[in-house]
Design a protein around this ligand. Structure first.
Ligand code: HEC
Length: 176
């Protein structure tokens, strides 16, 4: 049990570091950074609660004592999901344009953080969503504000790139 918790903690730490590196690139977007830190903190505490065993006081993860200890399966499932996530984050390279503007919210490979999961969306869908956000037809102040800085060419490039994420991820996973 204890090594499972230790593994979860290690994965979380690795995950956090990857996000921090990503965040570093976004120094001029303090707003995003604040939101992202908030959201990872929330995810951390959620996982801490879920991995609580109540069995020991030396557990490396400080826990919320009001929660029920989770079932073993549940922890294993979480761990598996985390492992997949950690592996997938570095599965393939994305463009500087995507990293700079989109990755902080939609994840390094479009897996979704604050923003929705983008993996698996086709180009037409993504481009339409970007146009609708930019014109205000689809109302989301975050996307609206962000897309004001990007021209049509860049939207097209991003839609094209994101539509290839699923294939790239599958390819990366099948060669592992
Ligand atoms: C600050 C956070 C943030 C950033 C940065 C961001 N997005 Fe979003 N994005 C969101 C949120 C939140 C939504 C969900 C909005 C909604 O559905 O109303 C969203 C929705 C979307 C959608 C629609 C997804 C769907 O399932 O319909 C697309 C496509 C998208 N974003 C692409 C991008 C691209 C491309 C970039 C980079 C140029 C980007 N986003 C940058 C937060 C962000």
């Amino acid at each position: 049990m204890r090594h499972i918790i230790a593994a979860v903690a290690t994965l979380l730490a690795a995950w956090a570091i990857i996000y921090m590196v990503n965040l570093d690139k976004e120094v001029n977007k303090l707003d995003n950074v604040a939101k992202l830190i908030q959201s990872t903190a929330m995810e951390d505490s959620k996982i801490k609660v879920q991995t609580h065993t109540g069995a020991t006081t030396t557990t490396p993860i400080q826990t919320d004592t009001t929660s029920e200890p989770p079932k073993k399966d549940e922890v294993e499932e979480k761990l598996k999901a985390l492992k997949e996530k950690a592996g997938n984050i570095a599965a393939f390279e994305t463009s500087a344009l995507y990293k700079k503007n989109c990755a902080s919210c939609h994840g390094n490979i479009g897996e979704g953080i604050i923003g929705t999961k983008l993996i698996g969306r086709d180009k037409a869908y993504i481009l339409k969503a970007l146009h609708d956000f930019k014109s205000g037809k689809r109302k989301n102040y975050v996307m609206y504000g962000l897309l004001g800085n990007l021209d049509e060419d860049q939207l097209e490039q991003l839609a094209e790139e994101i539509s290839t994420f699923k294939e790239k991820l599958e390819k990366a996973n099948s060669t592992n």
